[in-house]
Design a protein around this ligand. Structure first.
Ligand SMILES: [Mg+2]
Length: 275
């Protein structure tokens, strides 16, 4: 009798342990990726790789008047002065400190705490970005920053960039909502730059920094990467962001899921070549 009671107790404990193993701690979803960004030499190496490659190719791009990197560029553009467009967050500046706060505080992203972080103007430069943008500026290439940071906090964004040593001029930072038609899709802002400039290079950490890719599936996203395979590392330069972005939203395809459902979706998407 005592043995069977013990067996039941062990089973209950075992089940409880299993349940707790499957309970998702939301704040830990980005623990490894944030650690990677903040500690891995490989992350810095990849950033240098992107910006060094761009620096090598920029004079070629400037010299070749038929060279354009923008799908929004319309003819005639040959005589327009050259420009480059960079995204800001996780492309030119590193916000992993905000991500670390979210993890340590066991909270989540929200626009209020994010804008407070932007107001602190404490983001750090991604390796190679300051040197590259100044090189472009010296070469006479206009440098634009198209960011989905809110227009209301743009002065703090500009302050942060200037303190880090990025070239910033009147109109070079184009924030989300800066004009009614400037949405997070970024297309309208690229179009506006393309009206006056020949856009020779694009820099981003998200597919939408290069091509419209909102609300599409994982396979459609991969098809776009494939379609423009000759652009990567030549006209389009992508910086790694394993923490967030449209790649993550594509996992759930717009479904409102509880954290437990989302965890199941993530597990279902893993491929293990066993069936
Ligand atoms: Mg970004």
């Amino acid at each position: 009798m005592r043995n069977s009671t013990l067996a039941v107790l062990i089973m209950v404990l075992f089940t409880a342990c299993q349940t707790s193993n499957h309970t998702v701690d939301h704040s830990n979803n980005t623990l490894y990726s944030t650690l990677w960004i903040q500690t891995a030499a490989e992350y810095e190496a990849l950033s240098y790789q992107a910006y060094n490659t761009a620096e090598t190719l920029l004079p070629v791009a400037v010299e070749d008047s038929s060279w354009t990197a923008s799908l929004e560029q319309e003819d005639p553009y040959f005589d327009k002065p050259p420009a480059i467009i960079l995204d800001l967050d996780e492309t030119a500046i590193d916000n992993s400190f905000y991500e670390a706060r979210v993890i340590l505080d066991k909270s989540g992203f929200d626009n209020v705490t994010w804008n407070n972080w932007v107001r602190e103007a404490e983001a750090e430069a991604i390796k190679g970005a300051v040197e590259f943008t100044n090189y472009a500026d010296d070469l006479g290439v206009a440098v634009f920053y198209i960011t989905n940071r809110d227009a209301e906090v743009q002065p703090y964004t500009e302050q942060n960039l200037i303190e880090l040593g990025f070239p910033v001029k009147e109109g070079s930072v184009m924030s989300n909502g800066g004009r009614p038609e400037w949405t997070s899709a970024k297309t309208e802002r690229r179009k506006l730059v393309a009206e006056n400039y020949r856009i020779v290079m694009l820099f981003g950490d998200d597919l939408n920094d290069f091509v419209p890719a909102r609300g599409i599936s994982i396979n459609e996203r991969k098809a776009l990467a494939e379609q423009y395979s000759d652009h990567w590392g030549v006209k389009w330069f992508v910086l790694p962001n394993p923490n967030y972005g449209s790649w993550e939203r594509a996992l759930y395809m717009g479904d409102e899921q509880t954290e437990e459902e989302a965890q199941q979706t993530r597990l279902n998407l893993l491929k293990d070549k066993r069936n």
